[in-house]
Ligand binder design. Structure first.
Ligand SMILES: C[S@@+](CC[C@H](N)C(=O)[O-])C[C@H]1O[C@@H](n2cnc3c(N)ncnc32)[C@H](O)[C@@H]1O
Length: 215
């Protein structure tokens, strides 16, 4: 276990960065990566889709995993979100890679109907993992879980089962941001037959990800 120092940024190092580079910022608890390593060793996908690229550190990790495990990876962010105040966040990574991101980055609003059509077409036809880490996790899960194939996964970040659980287990220990709770997805889980997989639920909960599988 890596000790969490209360920071919302963790620098992801990679052989795809120049030697000695300090890494690209990911908004993740450092222990999330070993949980995803295990998950990707045990599950094969056609596509992994990340909603919310931000600085691109977690995308960089996922892109490396996509090469290792041979699935397609797409990451979405919307540069006009909050009037564009965060649109420069991918600059560090772009500068390193001569102005172009190496992975499939799409600058689109995931709540716009064209984007919903684009993503739903992919997830209806492929075994997927959809990682909801954009501006409204409950809404992202609600919209996209409808189109998932049985056996595909959808996950949401900044998760604690309840406010009380967050206070007791996560706050000041694992993560201080709470944007998704069981009560936010109770109806969606029922509506689209989503379940908490017993082999992964707790491990992901410990790094503030809600892991759900479509039944
Ligand atoms: C918490 S950050 C993502 C963190 C990233 N996944 C990581 O692990 O480092 C949330 C991102 O979602 C993006 N976002 C917010 N609303 C969005 C929307 N409607 N469509 C696409 N991206 C959106 C924001 O611009 C922001 O960069």
């Amino acid at each position: 276990m890596i000790e969490w120092k209360g920071e919302s940024r963790y620098r992801v190092k990679s052989s795809l960065l120049p030697k000695g580079h300090e890494g690209i910022r990911a908004q993740q608890n450092p222990n999330a990566f070993q949980m995803f390593d295990k998950f990707f060793q045990e599950n094969q996908f056609d596509f992994v889709i990340e909603i919310g690229t931000s600085f691109g550190g977690f995308s960089l990790y996922l892109y490396e995993q996509s090469i290792q495990h041979n699935w397609d990876f797409i990451t979405y962010d919307y540069s006009k979100f909050k009037n564009g105040i965060w649109s420069n966040r991918r600059k560090d990574l772009k500068d390193i890679w001569d102005g172009e991101l190496k992975f499939d980055f799409r600058d689109k609003d995931v709540f716009h109907q064209d984007t919903i059509d684009e993503i739903s077409h992919i997830i209806k036809n492929n075994k997927c993992l959809v990682l909801c880490d954009g501006g409204d996790k409950p809404k992202e899960i609600q919209i996209y879980s409808e189109y998932l194939q049985p056996g595909s996964y959808i996950m949401g970040h900044d998760y604690s089962p309840s406010k009380q659980y967050h206070k007791q287990h996560h706050k000041n220990k694992v993560w201080n941001w709470l944007e998704l709770m069981d009560s936010d997805v109770q109806d969606t889980m029922h509506q689209y037959n989503l379940q908490k997989p017993s082999e992964y639920y707790q491990g992901f909960c410990d790094v503030v990800w809600l892991c759900l599988i479509k039944g």
